[in-house]
Design a binder for this molecule. Structure first.
Ligand code: UD1
Ligand code: CA
Length: 489
């Protein structure tokens, strides 16, 4: 691959058409800020240096850029953030990167931070074209990306001479009616000869409708200076879709979503209805997994092989489904590890919880992870059986093979030993586990004084609904008791 000397990403613009106070390039697109997509594409050129032009509210942009690039490890370019203040247009933005962008002989590739659909391959094609056609000595000039747009409104139009050569770019606002009829548009992606930049950038003027210094004026000045200017026309006009408005943000998101879904489909993930499936960037899914309709899977989720997710399910950041796990029908997971072949198939909230292999989470189970101030972690051991409607008030520990009865409310800091059965409100240990119980044999229950019976438990209708337990059997134990074992953190 031919390398760029330097990549410059312009991201200082105000994004006024978005009507938002936040920098436009931080808008989220499939779980990643817009800028992340653009930097990733730019970093694909393996340039040593990446300049990011930011405005005065750009501290967050810098943090995002550092994070996104560091994810690329050793192959990441060095990042230099350049402040453009005040802002006088795209040409002025590149001027702020002088004199560095005017040095060396490898091309300077410039792209805009609001074009997240641009593909790394298109950039590579551009750079290869620059080396092949636009790099020769004193005639070294510019290669730029263009596309034929069905709706060119708002974009710079490419003006060509009778012989077909590129002469200039005219912005929508400055274009004549004839020029507005042109459907070839400027993407805002260029490979420049650095010496040409050193010469021509300082000479830009702001003689136009917006009184801005247009980077696009460099095309006409290169032609006038006898430099080579060539367009690489993209086949896929969707790459030309920039984000100036919230409507365009939604369109671009849809495109990126389709690309992500496509990758999973080709990797053997069955997605029944791509139109109602939302999968963020940075999600891993094993082959053979089935994703059913109306499902949202957020960035950072990892799903093993042969799992089933959905319908109507949200998997939030930090969730891991091990092979064969199944979650669906109005279940939400957040920072949950769901063990191999464990099931939570109906109406559950599983937050900050590690669930062992082959656990069954009954319908309506809630892990109440938040006490109003802090989030707490819980664990459920393998093959445990959590009865329908159980509320586990975190932090709790449910041992392997343990059982909770339908409607049990397991209060915070409870530790349910392996094999025990707990029922009622608040949940108490059942003295004896019935032989027909689904889960493995319980450990013997500790004797408990009758006086310690919980009146709440004996009144609990939930407890009396539980399989074999009657309220009279509910006991709390003194020494092995489930009560607060440790203080809440
Ligand atoms: C620009 C191009 C247009 C092209 C279109 C492609 C110019 C003059 N016009 O128009 O030909 O068809 O992109 O989407 O270049 N920025 C700065 N500093 C500034 C102004 C802008 O850093 O002072 C950054 C913005 O953050 C943005 C990018 O430059 O990422 C483009 O600016 P924008 O105002 O969106 O340009 P367009 O009107 O879309
Ligand atoms: Ca734009």
């Amino acid at each position: 691959m031919q390398r760029a000397g330097r990549v410059v990403v312009l991201a200082a613009g105000l994004g006024t058409r978005m009507k938002s106070a936040r920098p436009k390039v931080l808008a989220p697109l499939c779980g990643r800020p817009m800028l992340g997509w653009v930097l990733d594409t730019g970093a694909g050129l393996q340039a040593e240096q990446l300049d990011l032009v930011i405005g005065k509210e750009g501290a967050e942009l810098q943090a995002v850029a550092e994070r996104e690039l560091s994810a690329r490890g050793a192959s990441a370019p060095r990042l230099r953030c350049v402040l453009q203040e005040p802002r006088h247009g795209t040409g002025h933005a590149l001027q702020t990167c002088l004199p560095e962008v005017g040095k060396g002989s490898a091309p300077v590739v410039v792209l805009y931070g609001d074009m997240p659909l641009l593909r790394a391959q298109s950039l590579q094609r551009l750079v290869a074209h620059w080396y092949e056609r636009c790099s020769g000595g004193s005639r070294a000039g510019i290669a730029l990306l263009t596309a034929r747009a069905r709706d060119p409104f708002g974009l710079g139009r490419v003006i060509r001479a009778a012989g077909g050569g590129v002469r200039a770019i005219v912005e929508q606002r400055d274009a004549s009616p004839e020029q507005r009829a042109i459907d070839e548009v400027n993407l805002g992606v260029y490979a420049f000869d650095p010496r040409f930049l050193a010469e021509a950038l300082p000479r830009l003027t702001n003689d136009n409708a917006q009184r801005e210094y247009y980077l696009t004026d460099l095309i006409a000045s290169a032609v006038a200076a006898g430099r080579t200017v060539e367009a690489v026309v993209l086949d896929d006009e969707r790459e030309a879709l920039g984000v100036n408005t919230l409507r365009q943000l939604a369109q671009v998101r849809r495109e990126l979503q389709d690309r992500i879904l496509d990758e999973h489909l080709s990797a053997g993930v069955y997605i029944e209805d791509p139109d109602s499936t939302y999968i963020d960037h940075g999600v891993t899914i094993g082959a053979g997994t089935r994703i059913l309709p109306c499902t949202v899977i957020r960035a950072g989720v990892a799903i093993g092989r042969d799992c089933e997710v959905g319908p109507f399910t949200q998997l939030r950041t930090g969730t891991v489904l091990e092979d064969g796990a199944e979650v669906g029908n109005f279940t939400e997971c957040k920072q949950a590890r769901v063990g191999a072949h464990a099931k939570a198939k109906h109406l559950a909230y599983l937050g900050d919880v590690a669930i062992g292999a082959r656990v069954n989470i009954g319908a309506g189970t809630i892990v109440a992870n938040y006490d109003g101030k802090l989030k707490h972690k819980s664990t459920i051991g393998e093959r445990a059986f959590i009865g329908s409607g159980t509320v586990l008030i975190a932090p709790v520990e449910v041992g392997a093979g343990a059982l909770t009865g339908g409607g049990a409310v397991v209060t915070r800091n409870t530790v349910i030993a392996p094999g025990e059965a707990w029922v009622g409100v608040p949940a108490r240990k059942l003295a004896k586990r019935s032989a027909e119980s689904k889960a493995p044999a319980p450990t013997p229950a500790a004797p408990a004084p009758a006086s310690s019976r919980s009146s709440a438990a004996s009144r609990s209708s939930a407890a009396s609904r539980s399989s074999k337990g009657t309220p009279s059997k509910h006991k709390t134990s003194s020494s092995r008791a489930p009560r607060a074992r440790s203080k809440q953190k």
